[in-house]
Design a protein around this ligand. Structure first.
Ligand code: UTP
Length: 293
């Protein structure tokens, strides 16, 4: 079976839910505590041993590239002052092999994937949405590592799903469940954000995938709907022909492209911080008491 060595991180959306900050700052650079969102995603890839990373950016997002390059003056200064911990932080992202593909127009996720085609070739690749954070439970594999292992065992494209309930099913792609074996589901259909009465299951598609390279030619053959081509349509084709698997994720997931999800991610990650975790906890307890009054 082919190995998964490459990853695409689409980060070229307009980020309209976060205006005005996203006018000048790409959404993946929004910090969760002290790291930009995209750094957490790259670290998830590192945990899966995937080293070749392609970030899809819109024109003018050079600042993302800067985060993955040397900052010579800063590094020299930190070293000369003996600030080794800070030096480690400043250089932690220098070693990744990050390349950039430009999506000229924000015409959707499928368009972002196609922008990276020449850098991926016909290889299988991991796809991680640039605005979703997944935190594996202690001792468990990261989500993308689990998907990578399933692909490398079966040769079939695989998506991450999570259980959602009530009207939340209408917010996500929804999966029809076939055979289920060792926590791996054979998907028999996918529908985009269905009305609750038409949902196929409680399994929602989240932003982690490992896709076979043939997805590129499938995307190119698709007919646009509302002037856009949809990854869901290509995934549904795979599902109908029995070539799509899903793994249900139990990780903590934060949609940091959404304001409430962003605040939750910051609070949870701040609570885990050695530096300020205890202060944040006290602050939350005091605030909760005040709000009860
Ligand atoms: P979203 O639809 O959540 O992000 O896309 P958005 O369009 O940037 O945000 P809003 O809705 O306007 O606030 C999910 C991911 O896919 C990327 C986004 O950057 C995000 O990481 N994306 C989306 C692209 O790379 N290109 C696109 O054309 C659309």
């Amino acid at each position: 079976m082919r190995k998964v060595n490459k990853a695409i991180i689409p980060a070229a959306g307009l980020g309209t839910r976060f205006l005005p900050i996203t006018k000048a700052l790409p959404k993946p650079m929004l910090p969760v505590l002290d790291k930009p969102t995209i750094q957490y995603i790259v670290e998830e890839l590192e945990s899966a041993g995937i080293k070749d990373i392609i970030v899809v950016v819109s024109p003018g997002q050079e600042i993302i590239g800067k985060h993955f390059s040397e900052a010579a003056v800063l590094e020299k200064r930190l070293l000369s002052e003996g600030k080794t911990e800070l030096y480690k932080k400043a250089t932690a992202t220098n070693g990744f092999n990050v390349k950039f593909a430009v999506q000229k127009e924000a015409n959707g996720l499928a368009g972002a994937i196609l922008s990276a085609e020449s850098l991926v070739g016909d290889e299988p690749f991991a796809l991680l949405l640039g605005d979703e954070l997944l935190c594996a439970k202690d001792g468990k594999d990261s989500c993308i590592k689990t998907l990578k292992d399933i692909y490398e065992k079966t040769g079939k494209s695989v998506i991450a799903t999570m259980e959602v309930f009530g009207s939340d099913v209408e917010k996500y792609g929804n999966v029809g469940i076939g055979k289920e074996e060792n926590d791996v589901i054979t998907v028999n259909a996918i529908v985009e954000k269905p009305h609750i009465s038409e949902a196929l299951s409680n399994n929602a598609v989240i932003g982690r995938y490992v896709l076979d390279g043939k997805i590129f030619s499938m995307l190119k053959k698709l007919k646009p709907r509302n002037n856009e081509i949809y990854l869901t349509d290509a995934l549904n084709e795979l599902a109908v022909s029995g070539e799509l698997l899903a793994s249900t994720v139990k990780d903590d997931r934060y949609d940091v492209g959404d304001k409430f999800g962003y605040i939750k991610a910051n609070v949870e990650i701040a609570l885990k911080s050695k530096e300020i975790g205890e202060d944040v906890k006290q602050y939350i307890i005091e605030t909760a008491e005040r709000l009860k009054k």
